[in-house]
Write a protein that binds this ligand. Structure first.
Ligand code: SAM
Length: 213
């Protein structure tokens, strides 16, 4: 997330971010990373977890030049997100926005239309906007490890859908992938030497960023 936000703010000239599946605030939230490059950056956070909502105040600590907002909403209801007054009050709909879907799409099952949800959000953004997705995969697991992962996921009670490289790449159909294209998060524009990075297998998470034409 941090490497992608830095790239977008610094090299792609993106100053607006819609971060869906924000998670609990921690060190280096999207607005802190973006505003360290561009203090005027504007960020809208979205999550459906009431615990995240309770901690949302920590996300509303924008620089004076920028702005942040929080929407308590579900990715599976993109119309609610797009119609939220907080979105209209924070992001200029005529300016490029980066849609951040970092470690959230694997919670969307096939019958919840993951590709359709992403397309609805992408279609609402102006040309020159960007999208970043990271997604858990079982591609690097042995069959036994895969079966064990599926069993653990089923027992957790939280729907979880590992997707293959091809299934992940489909989210970017019709968009202009940014170099290096679909890759492990470990290898996406790394800023640490190889020996300091975790292994592709241990992370088992794809990443890609694309420009919306
Ligand atoms: C693994 S965390 C990722 C947090 C952050 N993006 C990161 O990478 O550090 C996933 C987040 O997505 C949120 N989430 C899961 N399903 C969601 C949905 N359908 N709508 C909105 N948020 C959702 C969860 O509440 C959680 O905060």
């Amino acid at each position: 997330m941090a490497r992608a936000v830095r790239y977008l703010a610094r090299d792609a000239g993106v100053a607006q971010f819609l971060d869906i599946g924000t998670g609990l605030p921690s060190a280096g939230n999207v607005h802190e990373v973006a505003q360290s490059v561009d203090p005027a950056a504007r960020i809208v956070y979205v999550d459906n977890d009431p615990v995240v909502l309770v901690h949302a105040r920590a996300l509303l600590t924008s620089s004076p030049e920028g702005r942040t907002a929080y929407i308590d909403a579900d990715l599976r209801d993109p119309a609610k997100i797009l119609a939220a007054p907080e979105l209209a009050a924070t992001l200029d709909p005529s300016r490029p926005t980066a849609l951040m879907l970092v470690a959230i799409m694997h919670f969307i099952t096939d019958d919840e239309d993951p590709y359709g949800l992403v397309a609805q959000l992408v279609d609402a953004l102006p040309s020159g906007s960007h999208i970043v997705i990271t997604h858990a995969t079982g591609d690097h697991l042995t069959p036994d490890e895969y079966a064990a992962a599926e069993e653990t996921n089923a027992r957790s009670g939280v729907p979880f859908r590992l997707r293959s490289r091809a299934e992940f790449a489909r989210f970017f159909d019709g968009l202009d992938l940014i170099d290096p294209g679909v890759t492990s998060v470990v290898d996406w524009r790394p800023d640490t030497p190889p020996e300091q990075r975790p292994s592709v297998e241990d992370v088992s998470m794809y990443c890609a960023a694309a420009r919306i034409p």
